[in-house]
Design a protein. Structure first.
Length: 117
Protein backbone atom coordinates (compact mmCIF):
# COMPACT_ATOMS: atom_id res chain seq x y z
CA UNK A 1 0.00 0.00 0.00
CA UNK A 2 1.06 3.60 -0.63
CA UNK A 3 0.02 6.65 1.34
CA UNK A 4 0.36 10.02 -0.37
CA UNK A 5 0.14 13.47 1.16
CA UNK A 6 -0.07 16.59 -1.00
CA UNK A 7 0.74 20.10 0.12
CA UNK A 8 1.56 23.51 -1.30
CA UNK A 9 -1.79 24.57 -2.66
CA UNK A 10 -3.26 27.99 -2.03
CA UNK A 11 -4.41 31.23 -3.56
CA UNK A 12 -2.29 32.88 -6.22
CA UNK A 13 -2.86 35.66 -8.71
CA UNK A 14 -2.96 34.97 -12.40
CA UNK A 15 0.56 34.84 -13.76
CA UNK A 16 1.93 33.65 -10.45
CA UNK A 17 3.61 30.42 -9.40
CA UNK A 18 3.11 27.63 -6.91
CA UNK A 19 5.02 24.48 -6.08
CA UNK A 20 3.06 21.44 -5.00
CA UNK A 21 4.60 18.59 -3.05
CA UNK A 22 3.54 14.97 -2.75
CA UNK A 23 5.19 12.85 -0.09
CA UNK A 24 4.99 9.08 -0.45
CA UNK A 25 5.04 6.51 2.34
CA UNK A 26 7.23 4.21 0.26
CA UNK A 27 10.59 4.59 -1.39
CA UNK A 28 9.63 6.11 -4.72
CA UNK A 29 11.96 3.75 -6.57
CA UNK A 30 9.50 1.00 -5.62
CA UNK A 31 6.74 2.81 -7.47
CA UNK A 32 6.14 2.41 -11.18
CA UNK A 33 5.11 6.01 -11.69
CA UNK A 34 3.98 9.19 -9.98
CA UNK A 35 1.60 11.65 -11.53
CA UNK A 36 -0.27 14.86 -10.89
CA UNK A 37 -3.92 15.25 -11.83
CA UNK A 38 -6.33 18.11 -11.37
CA UNK A 39 -10.08 18.40 -11.17
CA UNK A 40 -11.87 21.68 -11.66
CA UNK A 41 -15.45 22.14 -10.45
CA UNK A 42 -17.92 20.18 -12.57
CA UNK A 43 -15.16 18.86 -14.80
CA UNK A 44 -13.49 15.49 -15.18
CA UNK A 45 -10.19 14.76 -13.53
CA UNK A 46 -7.35 15.56 -15.91
CA UNK A 47 -3.83 14.14 -16.08
CA UNK A 48 -1.33 16.98 -15.85
CA UNK A 49 2.13 15.38 -15.59
CA UNK A 50 3.74 11.99 -15.11
CA UNK A 51 7.18 10.81 -14.11
CA UNK A 52 8.35 7.20 -14.28
CA UNK A 53 10.70 6.13 -11.55
CA UNK A 54 12.61 3.54 -13.55
CA UNK A 55 14.63 3.94 -16.70
CA UNK A 56 15.62 7.22 -18.29
CA UNK A 57 12.34 8.26 -19.82
CA UNK A 58 11.41 11.92 -19.82
CA UNK A 59 8.44 13.21 -17.87
CA UNK A 60 5.26 13.77 -19.84
CA UNK A 61 2.83 16.69 -19.70
CA UNK A 62 -0.58 17.59 -20.99
CA UNK A 63 -0.18 20.05 -23.85
CA UNK A 64 -1.76 22.95 -21.99
CA UNK A 65 0.99 23.04 -19.34
CA UNK A 66 4.08 22.30 -21.42
CA UNK A 67 6.72 24.92 -20.89
CA UNK A 68 5.07 26.19 -17.70
CA UNK A 69 4.86 23.20 -15.35
CA UNK A 70 7.70 20.95 -14.26
CA UNK A 71 7.39 17.63 -12.46
CA UNK A 72 10.42 16.55 -10.47
CA UNK A 73 11.31 14.25 -7.61
CA UNK A 74 13.56 14.12 -4.59
CA UNK A 75 14.43 10.47 -4.12
CA UNK A 76 15.92 11.00 -0.67
CA UNK A 77 12.68 12.57 0.56
CA UNK A 78 10.35 10.22 -1.35
CA UNK A 79 8.68 13.34 -2.68
CA UNK A 80 7.50 14.46 -6.09
CA UNK A 81 6.93 18.10 -6.92
CA UNK A 82 4.93 20.07 -9.42
CA UNK A 83 6.31 23.53 -10.14
CA UNK A 84 3.59 25.59 -11.76
CA UNK A 85 4.39 28.92 -13.43
CA UNK A 86 2.29 31.44 -15.30
CA UNK A 87 -0.92 30.13 -13.78
CA UNK A 88 -4.25 31.24 -15.15
CA UNK A 89 -7.71 31.26 -13.62
CA UNK A 90 -8.83 28.24 -15.64
CA UNK A 91 -6.31 26.19 -13.69
CA UNK A 92 -8.21 26.61 -10.46
CA UNK A 93 -8.76 23.05 -9.32
CA UNK A 94 -8.01 20.43 -6.72
CA UNK A 95 -4.66 18.90 -7.58
CA UNK A 96 -4.11 15.23 -6.79
CA UNK A 97 -1.05 13.05 -6.65
CA UNK A 98 -1.30 9.46 -7.87
CA UNK A 99 1.15 6.59 -7.49
CA UNK A 100 1.15 3.41 -9.52
CA UNK A 101 2.37 0.48 -7.43
CA UNK A 102 2.00 -3.24 -8.01
CA UNK A 103 -0.58 -2.62 -10.74
CA UNK A 104 -2.77 -0.52 -8.46
CA UNK A 105 -3.36 3.23 -8.26
CA UNK A 106 -3.13 5.15 -5.00
CA UNK A 107 -4.36 8.70 -4.58
CA UNK A 108 -3.66 11.49 -2.19
CA UNK A 109 -6.37 13.63 -0.64
CA UNK A 110 -5.74 16.57 -2.96
CA UNK A 111 -4.70 20.17 -2.47
CA UNK A 112 -6.72 23.17 -3.61
CA UNK A 113 -5.18 25.64 -6.03
CA UNK A 114 -7.11 28.84 -6.64
CA UNK A 115 -5.93 31.30 -9.27
CA UNK A 116 -7.52 34.74 -9.09
CA UNK A 117 -7.89 36.76 -12.24
Amino acid sequence: QVHLVESGGGLVQAGGSLRLSCSASRNIFSLYSLAWYRQAPEKQRELVATVFTGGSGSPSYVDSVKGRFTISRDNAKNTVYLQMNSLNSEETAVYYCKARYMMRDYWGQGTQVTVSS
